[in-house]
Design a protein around this ligand. Structure first.
Ligand SMILES: CC(C)(COP(=O)(O)OP(=O)(O)OC[C@H]1O[C@@H](n2cnc3c(N)ncnc32)[C@H](O)[C@@H]1OP(=O)(O)O)[C@@H](O)C(=O)NCCC(=O)NCCS
Length: 165
């Protein structure tokens, strides 16, 4: 069970911390499934903090904290795309991504999405499969000069019902 994980909306002032977390997460947790060059290209996506801040602001971004420290974040694009999900390595395997994903699924359902879609990294595929996401297709995506594989996965969401009278 998750230990005192709190969730809150991301603020513009969080952008530098979230960019640093993104890079650390990729550089630490991504190494098992991708080459050094691939990890470097992936991590570089958060190199330009202003650009990264724009990406966060263009989505519904939620921050998870544990003991007051930022432990991870997730972003929902539109109604049905889980755009980012990154956990600080120090807080890995403590239920942070699960708490963030629970919230993303509820927010997507509240936006009337019938399913939630994610392009899951190879390291995250097991996490999503355990939550009921089914693989749809394999992608090879250019990130800088590198090609990284990921898998589009989807999960059907329960219909959101309004309050009854
Ligand atoms: C994938 C990631 C988000 C998981 O975050 P997390 O907070 O450690 O995940 P949780 O603690 O909520 O994991 C819940 C369960 O999912 C499964 N799981 C989590 N990480 C897993 C992994 N790397 N491999 C297989 N199963 C995994 C486990 O069953 C785990 O339960 P357990 O710890 O009791 O065995 C994190 O490793 C990460 O940030 N990775 C790097 C960035 C990335 O790939 N993001 C996804 C982009 S789509």
């Amino acid at each position: 069970m998750a230990e005192n994980i709190a969730l809150r909306p991301a603020l513009p002032a969080d952008a530098p911390a979230l960019a640093a977390l993104f890079r650390l997460s990729v550089e630490t947790l991504g190494v098992e499934d991708y080459s050094e060059a691939q990890v470097e290209a992936w991590s570089a996506l958060a190199e330009d903090e202003a650009e990264f801040a724009k990406k966060l602001a263009g989505a519904l971004t939620i921050v998870a904290t544990l003991g007051g420290a930022i432990a991870g974040f997730a972003a929902l694009k539109g109604a049905d795309a889980l755009y980012m999900l990154y956990v600080h390595p120090h807080f890995a395997r403590r239920g942070v991504a699960s708490a963030l994903c629970d919230a993303m699924e509820k927010l997507a359902a509240a936006r009337q999405a019938k399913k939630l879609t994610v392009d899951a990294s190879d390291g995250a595929e097991g996490f999503f499969a355990r939550r009921g996401y089914a693989p749809q297709k394999r992608n090879m995506t250019f990130v800088g000069d590198e090609v990284l594989g990921n898998t589009t996965m989807t999960k059907d969401l329960p219909a959101m019902t309004g309050p009854t009278q």
